[in-house]
Design a protein around this ligand. Structure first.
Ligand SMILES: Nc1ncnc2c1ncn2[C@@H]1O[C@H](COP(=O)(O)OP(=O)(O)OP(=O)(O)O)[C@@H](O)[C@H]1O
Ligand SMILES: [Mg+2]
Length: 237
């Protein structure tokens, strides 16, 4: 399938407000956005602009006040709890700003809990090797650096080989070399499996690898550009 020939995610006019009255915050204010199957979409924007809120909505973790989100033809904004859980389990990998690892499980066990419920998983050992965690497979999250925890959470999101991978500040805790490695892995997964990638970042340099660049400010999309992607190895990071 050619990149960009099929719509994967369609966000239409979504609004989300937190709080009431004077202290209310419009986290998303009439956001619309289409992302094609297999596209790499990078979302940039200042702190507090609504990036995580948008990602959480697409990930079915929070409810919109109004508007619709359709993924693979499924309108997720009208689904019940059980159907939303199925959607997340079957279609979605998510890497959060906080790593969400299970503290009682070691690295490889953290990845296996996701692998065990997946239909067509990848090999967890190979994935951890590619992510540079081969020597940490039996370590617990508390024994890992921030960057290593982040790579473990990336392995966890990727092991089920999801159609859609949502990443929030993926490389925030990584040094330049690890950032390049992680971006290379994501690009390879994208090319091999046609995984749609949506990545939030503060790092303008990462925007180079995007097919689509979206800028958010004060809960609104202020830029939505379709462009030629650069190879991860050619980014100056
Ligand atoms: N659960 C919540 N309750 C109340 N306000 C919230 C909640 N989640 C987000 N907000 C507010 O909504 C706005 C958008 O937050 P969001 O987390 O989406 O920003 P962000 O762009 O991801 O920022 P950062 O780059 O710092 O992670 C902020 O003003 C934030 O304070
Ligand atoms: Mg955020």
């Amino acid at each position: 399938m050619k990149r960009g020939t099929m719509e994967h995610i369609s966000v239409k006019n979504i609004c989300k407000k937190y709080g009431e009255g004077e202290s209310a915050v419009k986290a998303l204010d009439d956001v619309s956005l289409d992302i094609a199957k297999g596209e790499i979409c990078v979302i940039l924007g200042p702190s507090g602009s609504g990036k995580s809120t948008l990602l959480n909505m697409v990930g079915g973790l929070d409810r919109v006040d109004s508007g619709t989100i359709t993924v693979d033809g499924l309108e997720i904004t009208s689904l019940g709890r059980k159907q939303l859980t199925d959607y997340r389990r079957e279609k979605l990998g998510m890497v959060f700003q906080a790593y969400n690892l299970i503290p009682e499980l070691n690295v490889i066990e953290n990845v296996r809990v996701v692998k065990d419920i997946a239909k067509d998983p990848l090999d967890e050992t190979e994935l951890l090797q590619v992510l540079g965690l081969e020597r940490h497979m039996t370590h617990f999250p508390s024994e890992l650096s921030g960057g290593q925890q982040q790579r473990c959470s990336i392995a966890r999101a990727l092991v089920k080989n999801p159609a859609l991978l949502l990443c929030d500040e993926l490389t925030g805790a990584l040094d330049s070399a690890s950032t390049r490695d992680v971006l290379r892995v994501l690009q390879a997964i994208n090319e091999r499996y046609h995984t749609t990638l949506v990545m939030i970042t503060h790092d303008e340099r990462i925007a180079g690898m995007a097919d689509r660049l979206v800028r958010i400010k004060d809960g609104r999309v202020v830029e939505n550009t379709s462009k030629e992607r650069l190879k991860a190895e050619d980014l100056v990071i």
